[in-house]
Design a protein around this ligand. Structure first.
Ligand SMILES: Cc1cc2nc3c(=O)[nH]c(=O)nc-3n(C[C@H](O)[C@H](O)[C@H](O)COP(=O)(O)OP(=O)(O)OC[C@H]3O[C@@H](n4cnc5c(N)ncnc54)[C@H](O)[C@@H]3O)c2cc1C
Length: 335
């Protein structure tokens, strides 16, 4: 019997694992992929994330996980009418596999046992524990589970017996040139360019171009239109496409809800539904992972109050997400 099992070695899972392990709880973190694992991401670490990492991990994000340009100066946001807004704020530009691996190593150094290539299939809460079914022959039992499996996981969907509302992201990494400052992340909300948002950023001389769509069959159409737009407006020239990736992201709109958990299983990060508009989710993953761990610690012997304790502690995060959504809606002319 382990005190707490955590599903998923992303920022939510690693933060929860570190927080619990450093206080002396026995912690196993189960990750379905081989580490360091790949995660499709723009790798923009906003100031809020950097501050949280400093607070919870006691260190600044190291240079070794950054890519060029290491400094991110903020975001340039073009609304649905083509009007541009610049938000200046210093942050970092990282490769997610390196950043998440660094978080993972910090959790391991505090005593969390990290097990890779371990896919959780389902969880079942009993009166005093959670039974965890794995894809292989292993079985685990824990007093509590923190489910941080991101947007691609299925454990939460099985527990709640419902489908998440998601969008599909598609990105390409390219050799080439573009007449934009590489220190900024550029997001575009014109409806003719995507079904949610489209974006451009630069990582180690790769020009990354992405679109988010609701229907898979629309990827090519929106992507080609976006490339055409960038070519005309910012003189984008692609010499060679190096790689592509496709992922899922929670669909954040005014119908979006946050789900905290069920029984002895708490949800954190994208699994709970935390994601800010334009796809910034690392800060809320770190914060909700921390809150979930603290809730388990304070309710370890009183499981009946676990969910309400967690809900109470993540209320400020929910409010922040709502304010972000309202802000973007206003800039965009939505009601
Ligand atoms: C294209 C794109 C660009 C983005 N850009 C940014 C950005 O620039 N800045 C930002 O802040 N956010 C960005 N985000 C959002 C950010 O990546 C996520 O919000 C963040 O990774 C969520 O962290 P998490 O810990 O909840 O989940 P994840 O990071 O997704 O981690 C979940 C982990 O769980 C594992 N897992 C899943 N299922 C199982 C299972 N059954 N058993 C065991 N392990 C499992 C996965 O392999 C994974 O390692 C972007 C997202 C996308 C798709």
């Amino acid at each position: 019997m382990t005190d707490v099992i955590i599903i998923g070695a992303g920022p939510a899972g690693c933060t929860a694992a570190k927080t619990l392990a450093q206080t002396g709880y026995s912690v196993i973190l189960l990750e379905k992929n081989k580490l360091p694992r790949y995660k499709s991401c723009s790798g923009q670490i906003i100031k809020k994330t950097a501050d949280l990492i400093r607070e919870y991990f006691g260190e600044d994000i190291p240079q070794s996980v950054t890519c060029a340009p290491a400094l991110n100066k903020g975001m340039v946001f073009t609304n649905r009418f083509g009007k541009e807004f610049v938000f200046e704020q210093n942050g970092y530009n990282v490769w997610r596999n390196n950043f998440d691996m660094w978080l993972c190593e910090k959790a391991a150094a505090c005593g969390a046992k990290i097990l890779e290539e371990q896919t959780v299939v389902s969880c079942r809460s009993t009166e005093d524990a959670v039974d965890i079914e794995m894809a292989g022959k292993n079985r685990y039992k824990a007093r509590y589970v923190i489910d941080c499996e991101g947007a691609v996981g299925t454990v939460k969907r099985k527990l709640l017996n419902k489908k998440d509302r998601s969008i599909i992201t598609f990105q390409t990494f390219n050799k080439g040139s573009v007449d934009l400052d590489h220190h900024y992340f550029y997001a575009f909300l014109q409806p003719e360019l995507s079904q949610y948002d489209s974006w451009l950023n630069v990582k180690d001389n790769n020009i990354v171009i992405g679109v988010a769509v609701k229907d898979q069959q629309n990827i090519d159409m929106y992507y080609n239109r976006f490339v055409d737009y960038l070519s005309k407006k910012y003189f984008l020239k692609i010499q060679q496409q190096l790689k592509t990736d496709k992922w899922l992201m929670p669909l954040v709109d005014n119908k979006h809800s946050i789900e905290c958990g069920v029984g002895r299983v708490l949800f954190a990060g994208e699994t709970a539904g935390f994601l800010n508009p334009m796809g910034e989710g690392i800060s809320s993953a770190v914060e909700s992972g921390y809150c979930a761990a603290r809730a388990v610690m304070s309710c370890f012997e009183t499981p009946a109050s676990l969910l309400s304790k967690y809900e109470e502690s993540i209320q400020p995060l929910r409010d922040y997400m709502k304010r972000q959504w309202e802000f973007v809606s206003k800039l965009n002319g939505f009601r």
